[in-house]
Design a protein around this ligand. Structure first.
Ligand SMILES: NC(=O)c1ccc[n+]([C@@H]2O[C@H](COP(=O)([O-])OP(=O)(O)OC[C@H]3O[C@@H](n4cnc5c(N)ncnc54)[C@H](O)[C@@H]3O)[C@@H](O)[C@H]2O)c1
Length: 367
């Protein structure tokens, strides 16, 4: 018997919806049934561009009888409201990061989903890409010995130059910590497990920035959050990490994640990508050994495909709400520490997701 595709409704048809819609409409296990946005013209345009049969308001997506899972691609300030409405409508939800703006709101969503018998998944799903899954398998195989520490670097001038509507990226729920921190913190969560405590320094050297592209280029807007955050994290397993998130650097350097174990240092591919080679340098070696990544690198929407398959199979999906909540708690704790100057505890926990089989591919139907 042929199983019908899993019904998807997309709410939020802005910048990132292009990547999602390109992939979600091509994965054979899924069917995107409706695009929705507060701005109807955006929903209509995206439905037309990606061959989605219907478009409308968020309420239209929530009320669509075929929609089993809502993909929430709204701005961070709207994530909680849209996810809560989807849960109340009895739909599973995939949320872009961060899960919510605050920990209490995130806990409330997970509790509401559990009570309603629906699931929450949370970006980033880059941790399911070939690059990071290969990294996970390599570390699990003992190739670097016992993992001891990590160093991550994200620095650059900030996204005001390329994003046509960048205000939300400098508002609560964003800044380099909340916008890009989820990639780096999720990778370390998947490799090390949960964190125990964090400490940080934060800075906001510029009170305003100027939009550099699009229809509103030249417009000045306020910066509400720290744009330089240097953090330390200690993990339950004893590992330590040093992390830099800065939009106050003329020098661009991103995707830098190195994990050091008792036997070797290991350069993990860019956590904002689904692919990329791995590099290992063992004690005494003068240069890196490059190891190609194996597995699917399908792009954004991979986590939705994993979630739909897991719901049907009754197994755990990997980019879980619990993982998203833990990463959110780390970020809020880092933010608090930057203000207080003290170490802050991290208390939420999650089940470390099982590695994907290298043969797993969202483009190849599961049934
Ligand atoms: N742009 C990127 O490169 C990128 C990459 C990865 C993740 N993300 C994440 O994706 C999310 C969206 O980012 P974006 O860059 O696409 O933003 P965007 O501003 O381009 O698009 C957001 C869309 O959501 C709509 N919207 C806002 N509130 C809504 C609500 N309550 N109900 C329905 N629609 C609503 C807006 O009208 C807009 O069309 C953010 O959480 C961001 O962190 C963005």
């Amino acid at each position: 018997m042929t199983v019908p595709p899993f019904g998807i409704g997309v709410i939020g048809c802005g910048n990132i919806s292009n990547q999602y819609l390109r992939h979600l409409t091509a994965f054979p296990d899924l069917a995107v049934l409706i695009c929705a946005d507060l701005e109807a013209a955006r929903a209509k345009a995206q439905a037309a561009a990606y061959g989605v049969p219907e478009w409308g308001s968020p309420a239209d997506a929530l009320g669509h009888p075929g929609v089993q899972l809502i993909v929430n691609l709204t701005i961070p300030a709207a994530h909680a409201e849209v996810t809560a409405a989807a849960i109340a409508a009895g739909r599973h939800v995939w949320s872009e990061k961060p899960l919510t703006l605050d920990l209490a709101g995130g806990r409330a969503l997970l509790a509401a989903a559990a009570a309603a018998g629906v699931r929450i998944g949370c970006a980033p799903d880059t941790v399911l890409g070939a690059g990071l899954q290969s990294a996970r398998r390599l570390i699990d195989s003992g190739a670097i010995g016992t993992p001891l520490s990590a160093l991550t670097l994200l620095q650059g001038p900030g996204p005001q130059s390329w994003h046509p509507d960048p205000e939300f990226l400098f508002a609560p729920g964003a800044g380099p910590l909340f916008d890009l921190g989820p990639y780096y913190l999720s990778v370390l969560a998947v490799l090390f497990g949960p964190a125990l405590r964090v400490a940080a320094i934060g800075r906001r050297p510029r009170e305003s920035r100027v939009i550099g592209s699009g229809l509103r280029a030249g417009t000045e807007f306020a910066v509400a959050v720290p744009t330089y955050v240097a953090a330390l994290a200690e993990y339950v397993g004893g590992q330590a990490a040093s992390l830099l998130f800065s939009w106050d650097s003329p020098l661009h350097r991103s995707g830098f994640v190195e994990v050091t174990g008792t036997e070797a240092t290991f350069a993990v591919p860019d956590p904002n990508r689904f692919d990329g080679d791995l590099r290992v340098r063992r004690a005494g070696e003068a240069d890196w050994t490059v190891l190609p990544a194996t597995g699917a690198a399908a792009g954004r929407g991979t986590g939705v495909a994993d979630m739909a398959r897991a719901i049907r199979a009754g197994t755990a999906h990997r980019a879980s709400g619990d993982l998203g909540l833990h990463v959110l708690e780390m970020m809020t704790a880092i933010e608090r520490s930057a203000a207080s100057g003290a170490f802050e505890p991290v208390q939420t926990r999650f089940d470390t997701p099982a590695p994907l089989d290298p043969q797993w591919d969202p483009y190849v139907t599961a049934h």
